[in-house]
Every structure is written in structure tokens, then in C-alpha cells.
Design a protein around this ligand. Structure first.
Ligand code: G3P
Length: 215
């Protein structure tokens, strides 16, 4: 299972969480654990040796794009992948397409987020490496999508397979325990996106260990 920990703009120590991510990733053969800090923390986080992802890249190339995030800069900072179209950083469809192209150009792995199976089908058609279904109303609630809305995960898996069977499906929102991760896997998800369960934990290493223990 792929476990991608999104730090959003939570006031956690990104390096401490990254070290926990690295240690837990190295301690298991059954999970791949990565962290997505804020753009300005990418370099420091990547230096820990943790697998580092960006939270966003813009659909741009080098040039006059003040205030934008260039995929090549993210890759230079040490990121190996990027989220695109997170529900807290939504893009127009054409811009999702452009951001996937920009990430591909920079050699970044891509996960395109979407709210529901219909959007997952559209996202999969843009040929990212993976799509992630996250019902916005469950984000940050601690109520796991795998329990509150299993149909949306199964629907997302079916919608992506219908369009492109090479695109993996992840799910997220409210995931905080190993049982939630196991349940996500049983619904056909190949990984999870989560944030508050780790970023707000007093002991991120313990929180991450709990996530991978039952796998
Ligand atoms: O990107 C993951 C995120 O949106 C889920 O947040 O706090 O419900 O794990 P959370």
C-alpha cells in the first residue's frame, strides 16, 4: 500500500514528520510511505531521505509566471511526485491536464485528486500515474471514507478501470488507523492519502506505525 502523508499548512515540524515517514518506510516491506510538505519545505524534507512529494504544481513552463509553482523547481528541490487538484487546491480541467503534463515533463509521479467516481473517470483520462478519491465533507473529520462511504471508493476503482487500467486508485479523508488502511485496500484502493491523523499527532512515528502494523 502507498501511504502519502499530506502536511497541508498544519503547524507541525515538517522535518520531524519526514524523519518519522522515512523510519517507518524503512521498517516495512508492505507499505511505501511518503510525505508532501509545503513547497517551501520541500528541500529540507527531501534531505531527510524521506520520499518527498509536492502538494501542487502549476500548468506552466519556465518563464513569466510570478507566484506560480514550476514542476522543474519542485523536482530540483528533491520531490519525486506531486498531488494535483487536491480538494483544497482545485484547478479547472484544462489546468489539471496542463499540470499533469508539466509534472511528466519534470519527471514527477502524479496523483490527481477528485471528489467522486465521475470526476475520477475524467481524471484518469488525463493519464496520471494515480487518481485519489476524497469526499471533501469527510476530510479532517476522523471518519474514514472506507467506512462512511465505501461505495465511493469502489465506484472510483471501477471508474478508473473503465478508462485506463494502468491508473492506480488511492482514497483519502478521515483515514487515521491501520484498520482504515486495510479497509481501503479491501475496497480496491492501492493506497491512501491522509493528513490530520499524522500531522496533528503528538507522536507521528507512533501514528505511522499504527497505520502500517496491520498490513
Ligand atoms: O490529502 C489528504 C487529506 O485531504 C485528507 O485529510 O485530515 O482527513 O486525513 P485528513
Amino acid at each position: 500500500m502507498f501511504i502519502l502523508v499530506n502536511l497541508k499548512t498544519y503547524p507541525c515540524d515538517p522535518v520531524a514528520v519526514a524523519e518519522a515517514v522515512r523510519d517507518v518506510d524503512e521498517s516495512t516491506d508492505v507499505a511505501r510511505v511518503a510525505v508532501a510538505p509545503q513547497a517551501t519545505h520541500l528541500e529540507r524534507v527531501a534531505e531527510t531521505g524521506a520520499e518527498t512529494w509536492a502538494q501542487h504544481v502549476d500548468p506552466i513552463d519556465y518563464g513569466s509566471n510570478t507566484g506560480h509553482t514550476l514542476a522543474e523547481t519542485v523536482a530540483d528541490a528533491g520531490a519525486v511526485g506531486t498531488l494535483i487538484n487536491h480538494s483544497e487546491r482545485r484547478l479547472k480541467l484544462a489546468d489539471v491536464d496542463g499540470a499533469v503534463e508539466a509534472a511528466d515533463r519534470a519527471g514527477l509521479e502524479t496523483v490527481v485528486c477528485a471528489n467522486n467516481p465521475a470526476q475520477i473517470g475524467a481524471a484518469a483520462a488525463l493519464e496520471p500515474d494515480a487518481v485519489a478519491v476524497e469526499p471533501p465533507e469527510l476530510i479532517g473529520t476522523g471518519t474514514p471514507v472506507s467506512q462512511a462511504d465505501p461505495e465511493i471508493v469502489e465506484g472510483a476503482v471501477a471508474a478508473a478501470a473503465n478508462v485506463d487500467s494502468d491508473v492506480s486508485v488511492l482514497c483519502g479523508a478521515g483515514i487515521s488507523t491501520g484498520d482504515d488502511v486495510v479497509a481501503a485496500g479491501e475496497l480496491g484502493s492501492e493506497g491512501v492519502l491522509l493528513a490530520s491523523g499524522v500531522a496533528k499527532a503528538d507522536d507521528p512515528t507512533a501514528a505511522l506505525s499504527d497505520l502500517v502494523d496491520p498490513l
